[in-house]
Design a protein around this ligand. Structure first.
Ligand SMILES: *[C@@H]1O[C@H](CO)[C@@H](O)[C@H](O)[C@H]1NC(C)=O
Ligand SMILES: *[C@@H]1O[C@H](CO)[C@@H](O)[C@H](O)[C@H]1NC(C)=O
Ligand SMILES: *[C@@H]1O[C@H](CO)[C@@H](O)[C@H](O)[C@H]1NC(C)=O
Ligand SMILES: *[C@@H]1O[C@H](CO)[C@@H](O)[C@H](O)[C@H]1NC(C)=O
Ligand SMILES: *[C@@H]1O[C@H](CO)[C@@H](O)[C@H](O)[C@H]1NC(C)=O
Ligand SMILES: *[C@@H]1O[C@H](CO)[C@@H](O)[C@H](O)[C@H]1NC(C)=O
Length: 408
């Protein structure tokens, strides 16, 4: 009996055990499911985070042009003004007396990702046996100087040279890489009466909107081309010439600027489509570089400009009168048409990010082409340069954006 009872109690005990085990199992299974679900949720959360991380380091698919300026005096400036062998006196603001250098310490932070870190050696490797050519006006020339300064410090003395014989083409060469970083002066891209790289300040602007070959033959075989053209068009009308500059039978006609801009970009597009090897050549177009000539736009007095500015504009999305959205649209649509014809030109959209930087211009801190008169000296507003950009400065960031796309 006892034994039986024992047995039964054993059995019971066993049954209880089994039940316990069963309950435990149920509990365990439920727990496992809950934990699993939590784990899965956590994991997918983790994956999402990782995706975001991933996106942060990889700019593809991210809008690099939408973002904000972040003060970063650890990493910026990317080089020192006085250490750049080929610095231009037009842009060396420190050398010409600018003492507030806080404008050099800003990093561009896109909203959805990070810009890749600029690596001068990697860029030179990418350019080995190649030509990178900037084609355009003095804003593009400033960007070219910035690009040269950005690689300058990793190239030893004597292993680099600058060739400038007064022609439209200036060549910087890194000898050990057989790499060229060049600038070609063509402020309206097509032929014009402002094509002389030195004396081009003429009261009357004339363009041959149908003719680009005089320039294009010099950059046609480049591996990377970076174009710009904007400021030289900024007048209500442009005189367009059909015919040659040095014959007397040319036909001249004044045309609304936007229409002539469109015609010139069409000529440029046609050239790229037919003459440029699209598997070899990477093509870029720098959007408008804004000017800051009208201080009333940021709450100062009418008649003032960027002179004495030390801080940027903080109003998100600020667009001033120095930017012509209609011209930007014309560029955008020209690039769209090229794309439809199989030619991919990436716009580097620097307009908005540069709009904020009213304090980044040389103002009076640059070399003057002609000595200033006493009258000019007494009115610095009158000769402040609110068009170009001090270096190191904003154009370095344009080049970081370009760099991101060159490696994309
Ligand atoms: C350029 O970028 C700004 C800022 O993201 C944007 O508002 C603007 O639409 C862009 N313009 C073009 C033509 O892509
Ligand atoms: C950066 O700026 C901060 C705050 O203005 C300052 O404390 C720090 O010393 C600066 N660092 C460098 C490297 O200049
Ligand atoms: C820069 O690029 C070179 C060549 O690709 C590479 O060897 C080097 O490690 C890179 N430097 C950094 C800091 O990433
Ligand atoms: C300047 O150099 C280029 C080659 O870089 C050459 O084609 C051109 O003829 C030279 N021009 C002058 C005026 O010497
Ligand atoms: C036109 O002028 C350029 C220099 O400005 C010269 O090289 C060229 O030979 C001239 N062409 C004609 C047809 O006269
Ligand atoms: C275009 O460039 C590619 C790559 O360098 C080359 O293989 C190809 O032969 C070039 N095409 C022409 C028509 O020159």
């Amino acid at each position: 009996m006892v034994k039986k009872s024992n047995i039964s109690s054993d059995f019971l005990a066993a049954a209880v055990d089994v039940r316990c085990t069963f309950q435990t199992l149920v509990v365990l299974i439920v727990a496992a499911l809950v934990v699993g679900a939590v784990y899965l949720t956590a994991e997918s959360g983790y994956l999402m985070q990782e995706d975001e991380e991933e996106q942060k380091v990889r700019p593809a698919g991210c809008d690099l042009f939408s973002g904000r300026w972040v003060y970063d005096n650890e990493s910026y400036p990317l080089y020192k003004e006085e250490e750049c062998t080929f610095m231009s006196d037009q842009l060396a603001c420190g050398k010409f007396g600018r003492s507030d250098l806080s404008f050099q310490h800003w990093r561009w932070q896109p909203h959805q990702c990070d810009l890749p870190r600029y690596n001068a050696t990697a860029l030179l490797e990418r350019l080995r046996n190649k030509r990178l050519v900037f084609v355009g006006d003095s804003l593009n020339r400033g960007q070219w100087v910035s690009m040269v300064c950005l690689v300058d410090k990793v190239i030893p003395r004597g292993r680099k040279y600058m060739h400038n014989n007064g022609s439209a083409l200036i060549t910087f060469k890194a000898k050990d890489y057989n790499a060229k970083i060049e600038f070609y002066w063509a402020p309206l891209l097509v032929e014009s009466n402002s094509d002389d790289p030195v004396s081009h300040r003429l009261p009357d602007r004339i363009v041959r909107a149908q003719a680009i070959e005089k320039h294009a033959r010099h950059w046609n075989d480049a591996d990377i081309l970076v174009f710009n053209t904007y400021l030289w068009w900024r007048r209500p009308q442009i005189k367009v010439l059909w015919g040659s500059f040095n014959t007397s039978d040319g036909i001249y006609k004044k045309i609304k600027m936007l229409r002539s801009y469109e015609m010139a970009l069409k000529t440029w597009s046609d050239w790229l489509e037919i003459h440029v090897n699209r598997t070899k050549t990477q093509l870029f177009f720098m959007s408008m570089s804004p000017t800051h000539e009208r201080a009333e736009e940021w709450g100062r007095m009418k008649g003032e400009n960027c002179y004495s500015e030390t801080e940027m504009i903080s109003k998100e999305g600020f667009i001033g009168d120095g930017t012509d959205p209609n011209m930007m649209r014309i560029v955008d649509s020209a690039l769209g048409e090229l794309k439809a014809r199989g030619v991919n030109v990436q716009m580097i959209n620097i307009t908005q990010l540069s709009e904020y930087r009213k304090e980044g211009h040389p103002s009076i801190h640059r070399k003057q082409w002609e000595p200033l008169t006493e009258e000019q000296k007494s009115n610095p507003l009158g000769y402040a340069d609110c068009i170009h950009w001090c270096l190191p400065g904003v154009p370095d960031v344009w080049n970081e954006l370009l760099y991101a796309y060159i490696f994309n």
